[in-house]
Design a protein around this ligand. Structure first.
Ligand code: GRF
Length: 218
């Protein structure tokens, strides 16, 4: 059975990335984390990835003069890993529209809120400040508008009396570690089924795959 190649983008701790690696090793995902890329040299997740023998790449955003140059370097690094799926797991950089379109339909993000509620940062504090009774996390496809792409799945937690942002974040994180591997598992299983019938094109030639064009009837 072909294993889907997964590239994970991180900026810090990397606990969601670790949950993905564990699920791949346990055979719960028909895929392998083949590459981990960080935009920060001090991301703790890099060491976790290395300890599993996974190739790591640093694309330090501070060394690029513009967002476009960073996006180009990031795309180059990603393409070297020839991924079937790219997962943003705590990746804290906003990506340009051209970059996002390049990976449309094969880039997922995990976000710590029940989108469309609380896009952006500081979600747990904002949910508590609003008196929300439910909170959670969302896995969605990445589109150019931040945290607005099509939702694949969500996991909910109940806000408990006495919760503070840290306790709420910890309970949501437990759900993230469950939800993200599950969704990635669906994606990889579906991809592999399709691939059995339609052999995988070379990554290099993907850009030349014809796209269906629907003309405007007006
Ligand atoms: C997670 O809560 C994720 O949803 C958010 O950033 C956090 C990253 O945590 N985008 P980790 O690096 O996966 O531990």
């Amino acid at each position: 059975m072909a294993l889907a190649r997964i590239t994970v983008l991180i900026s810090g701790r990397g606990s969601n990335m670790a949950a993905l690696i564990d699920a791949c090793i346990a055979g719960r995902i028909e895929g392998a984390v083949a590459q981990v890329i960080s935009n920060r040299p001090d991301a703790a997740g890099l060491d976790i990835a290395r300890s599993h023998g996974i190739a790591t790449t640093l694309v330090d955003h501070r060394t690029f003069a513009s967002r476009d140059l960073f996006d180009t370097a990031l795309a180059d690094a990603i393409d070297q890993g020839e991924p079937d799926l790219i997962v943003l797991a705590g990746f804290m950089r906003i990506l340009g529209a051209d970059f996002v379109r390049r990976y449309e339909g094969r880039m997922l993000n995990i976000h710590p809120s029940l989108l469309p509620a609380y896009p952006g940062t500081d979600t747990h504090r904002r949910a508590l400040a609003d008196g929300a009774t439910r909170h959670g996390c969302t896995v969605h496809f990445v589109t150019p508008d931040v945290d607005c792409g099509p939702i694949v799945a969500q996991a909910e937690v109940r806000v408990q009396p006495g919760d503070d942002p840290a306790t709420l974040a910890a309970r949501v994180l437990e759900q993230e570690h469950r939800l993200l591997p599950e969704v990635v598992g669906w994606f990889c299983a579906g991809l592999n089924r399709v691939r059995d019938d339609f052999p995988r094109p070379d990554v290099a030639s993907r850009e030349n795959v014809p796209r269906k064009v629907v003309s405007d009837p007006t």
